[in-house]
Write a protein that binds this ligand. Sequence first.
Ligand code: FEO
Length: 403
Amino acid sequence: MDDQRPVELAKGIYWVGVVDWNLRDFHGYETPKGGSYNAYLVVDEKIALIDTVKAPFAGEMLRRIEQIVDPSKIDYVISNHVEMDHSSSISTIMKVAPNAKLFASSKGQSGLSEYYKEEGFHDWDLTVVKTGDELSLGERTLMFIEATMLHWPDSMQTYVKEDALLFSNDAFGQHVATSKRFDDEVDDVIEDAGIYYANILLPFGSQVLKYVEKLKEIGVHPEMIAPAHGVIWRRDVSKIMTQYLKWANGETTPKVIVIYDTMWGSTEKMAMEIVEGARSAGVEVRLRHLRKNDWSLTMKELMDASIVAIGAPTMNNDMFYTLSGFITYMKGLRPKGKKFFLFGSYGWGGGAVKGMEKMLESGRFELAMESMQVKFRPYEEDKKACREIGYKLGEMAKENANN
Ligand code: FEO
């Protein structure tokens, strides 16, 4: 059991979440630093619990709440998001506090009804709320804000008006396990938020932009942002807000990322020469071997690159399997503003480059130039060609960057 005590964010407002120190895989996305599921308790004339935690940690959350109030006295449970990392302890809470009223968005209600029909959903007193609806706790007022696709259609956020404190659920999160609770107590928080954005919110840039506009329209100007994952932003909220706008707008820099796998080293030699050529054009370059690097970090590196080179050896007449997995993953995340170059090696029939071309075409990604492949191994003339291509890609990275 984690013996960390609740942490007071503002008077009467507490973090009662859990740290998942051993989380290494969040629905397929590598989390080498672990993670947390943040729930919050607002204690006023009425007591409100904002979100819950992943089911195996329900007892730990309850023990944290018990240090502040009797959990059976919880009046309101706010379900900002149906995904199980936040909702799967609701049935436990509703057993402990059977008179609590539950609040969710319209899509949240239907999601909860479908997930938890066997856990007692039909006995729960649930009120559907929409943007601008308010719930008085006594001295404090909660306002609800629908945040569609940040991260699912049902997602919403909860704002404590008097404290300018936004419970942002998935938005502004980071997957990090730490005993610290605030952004000014840790290093690399923007980097960690970027890895999270690249793997969770990247497909939803237009919705992020609309959401930021909506906050302004309804007069929400948070001074503290308490997400459902990672540390709480209190130092300078405008910094992460500005960063979200950059990511949502698909900003790219003059950067080439070379992503590859290799069987007997031929595709790797090509990748190294492309890196050398791009480097000689004076741009930032990254090299990522798919079986030696976390894909989640590779997606973060890819997010602001203006050129992406992808190399695969041929195996059984098709691309090596890690490439089909990675390209499928990347296609789903829909990175913007990039041009691609494909390369690879083969022994007899080939197939890797053709297979990758088809996958990129189906994802409507733009190719920077004709693909290149070598038979068996790259000789000196092939290496020279790769260096020349790398240089051209470096020059293109400068032209294609939008920042
Ligand atoms: Fe943290 Fe979309 O769940």
